[in-house]
Design a protein around this ligand. Structure first.
Ligand code: ADP
Length: 476
């Protein structure tokens, strides 16, 4: 059975059907998904446009009820959908289930946000006049999502969009349609009027581009690569549409001389290698000061030998496979590059397992410098480098010497050092004695420099993108 697109309240065949393959076992097809073309993307935009005025007026209770329904069902089906996620994306079952729980929590949070839209009432400088600051939905939003968080990222864009009264066209990543489809199926039963939520599975350059170009799409929220984000931004700017872009990271984890070695190693393992390193918040640069450098590299290499790479659905697995062949090839290219400019401490080789899949041993390079390509470009795989620093000042300088600025971490037992790094690291998120990856759902998520553009996602800050401010003056 081919799973279809959801347009204007109907399940609609695509122009072709594409298999969704399990990266842990290439012989296992998760399902067949209909691919939409430009015409269907335009139909979805038209349906969302038609549905907008009534949805904007439908009232906050309806929005709360729909989002709360989706949140409850995601939470109730965490095991089943977590398994689907791991089978489709390749992160471990534990991570897959946790991500579904996160998606459920996000829907619950934004159900509440629908009730808390509020506004402000202020005195005017003119006696007898009232001033109010009100928030209104912006219209049709196009949501373009990546494969690495195939249910959490769709959730953290769809839920606030609907909570604030917008209508939605969601285009998930080509590699992971199953999770987005499962979420769409729940949304199709959530009591939303036809056209309020639409799903179009398809190519970025076709369906994604149609959303970006359409004059009827008021804003696009995108998560993906920096190169695609850049292209999208230009097109959105040309037609003055709203843009919210979350792009790459080259996140430093700074380990200072006085760090607790065990904590630092745990942060590095978690941040660099969990989810197979396929996170925009992954710790890809480990900046380590001289006094702890050798002990840290030895302890990390030893901890890496305990990581079991295998089938994502095997409960014993610590690291699942890489998402697909193209990504594996990219990772291996960086491993080759690393071997030529640094010292390979561990891993980096493709692995064979009982089933054919994209398995890669997590790789660690030492003796690298920050100007090397492996330290400047986002790899998006289980590959980390160590950069030696002579002291705190140099470590901070190296950490900040990057065009990206999503997340950054520091491991230290000194409160004074922690405060300094918290203040001076140039990134949207700073972690002290914690991995650079792993964030809460109720607080803002986003970066600085080339990592992000536009208002923050998540938490109460999400309203900045999904609402338009109106200032109303009244002389009663
Ligand atoms: P990744 O390397 O994570 O696949 P991409 O930026 O290529 O990063 O993809 C992220 C999302 O953007 C996917 O849903 C993809 O289909 C979409 N996309 C890719 N190219 C374009 C484009 N030109 N216009 C709009 N969306 C695109």
């Amino acid at each position: 059975m081919t799973r279809k697109n959801f347009i204007g309240g109907e399940w609609v065949e695509g122009s072709e059907a594409v298999p969704d393959v399990n990266p842990s076992n290439l012989a296992d097809v998760v399902g067949e998904y209909a691919r939409a073309g430009v015409a269907q993307a335009e139909q979805a935009i038209a349906a969302a446009r038609d549905a907008f005025p009534a949805w904007a007026e439908a009232g906050i209770q309806k929005r709360f009820d729909a989002l709360d329904f989706v949140g409850s069902e995601l939470l109730a089906r965490r095991d089943e959908l977590g398994r689907l996620l791991s089978r489709e994306e390749g992160k471990t079952l534990r991570e897959g289930i946790a991500e579904v729980v996160r998606a459920g929590q996000i829907f619950k949070f934004f159900a509440g946000e629908a009730l808390r839209i509020g506004g402000e009432r202020l005195p005017s400088v003119r006696p007898g006049v009232e001033v109010e600051i009100l928030r209104e939905p912006i219209g049709v939003v196009g949501l373009i999502t990546p494969w690495n968080f195939p249910i959490a990222i769709p959730a953290w864009k769809v839920a606030p969009a609907l909570a604030f009264g917008n209508t939605v066209v969601l285009k998930p990543a080509e590699a992971t349609p199953a999770c987005a489809w499962a979420m769409a199926e729940i949304l199709s039963r959530a009591g939303l009027p036809a056209g309020v939520f639409n799903l179009v599975v398809g190519k970025g350059s076709v369906v994604g581009d149609a959303l970006v170009r359409s004059p009827h799409v008021a804003g696009v929220s995108f998560t993906g690569s920096a190169a695609t984000g850049e292209q999208i931004l230009r097109k959105l700017a040309e037609r003055r549409a709203r843009a919210q872009l979350e792009m790459g990271g080259k996140n430093p984890l700074v380990v200072l001389d006085d760090a607790d070695l065990e904590v630092a190693v745990r942060c590095a393992i978690q941040g660099a290698f969990h989810s197979t390193g396929q996170r925009c918040t992954a710790s890809s640069r480990l900046v380590v000061t001289e006094g702890i450098h050798d002990r840290f590299v030895a302890a990390l290499a030893s901890a890496m030998t305990a990581l079991r790479v295998g089938d994502a659905l095997d409960p014993a697995t610590d690291l699942g496979p890489v998402i697909d062949r193209a990504q594996l090839e990219q990772d291996l290219r960086y491993v080759d590059l690393g071997k030529r400019c640094g010292r390979l401490v561990a891993g980096g080789e493709p692995l064979k397992r009982a089933t054919e899949g994209h398995y890669l041993a997590p790789a660690l390079f030492a003796d690298t410098t920050n100007d090397m390509a492996i330290n400047r470009e986002e790899i998006f795989g289980p590959v980390a480098t160590v950069i030696r620093a002579r002291g705190d000042d140099e470590a901070l300088g190296i950490a900040n010497d990057t065009e990206l600025g999503l997340s950054a971490g520091v491991c230290t037992t000194s409160l004074a050092r922690a405060s300094r790094f918290k203040r001076d690291l140039q990134s949207g998120m700073v972690m002290v004695n914690l991995p650079t990856a792993g964030v809460d759902p109720h607080v803002p998520f986003g970066g600085r420099k080339g990592s992000s553009y536009g208002p923050r996602e998540q938490g109460t800050y999400a309203r900045e993108f999904y609402t338009a401010v109106k200032t109303a003056y009244t002389a009663p």
